[in-house]
Write a protein of this length. Structure first.
Length: 133
């Protein structure tokens, strides 16, 4: 069983965004597998860099939807994206200096993504469903 199990509770109802969320979950699982195989060290900092880059692309897509349709919670949602980006940058820096705790990083990624998707992303999806469905 994967570290981060995809479930329908993570669906927000916009296929393009749901597909991106699945990809983020897969990337967290790939990072977990690499850490497990290496004995808790960061075996591939490029996995963190790819996760960071993909998350930035994903956030850009979500933010485009929110701006295009005048989502009233845009600023709060944007702050959550920035928080995640800042945290991943810190993880990236810590891995570069071998001071990261991989288990804490993985736990953060899993928890933040789950809470963000099932919370503010689902809320955004409800707002957008009148425009996109």
């Amino acid at each position: 069983m994967p570290y981060f199990q995809w479930s329908d509770s993570l669906l927000m109802g916009i296929k393009a965004i749901d597909d991106q969320h699945r990809q983020l979950v897969d990337m967290v699982n790939s990072l977990h597998d690499a850490v497990e195989a290496s004995g808790q060290h960061c075996p591939a900092p490029d996995l963190v860099a790819r996760l960071k880059a993909y998350a930035a692309e994903h956030f850009h897509v979500e933010e485009g939807y929110m701006q295009a349709f005048g989502y009233p919670e845009f600023e709060a949602h944007l702050k959550e994206h920035q928080y995640f980006s800042d945290a991943v940058t810190t993880f990236e820096d810590n891995w570069a200096t071998d001071t990261a705790n991989p288990a804490e990083v993985l736990d953060f990624l899993k928890k933040w993504l789950t809470e963000h998707i099932t919370g503010v992303d689902v809320q955004m999806g409800r707002f957008l469903e009148d425009y996109l469905r």
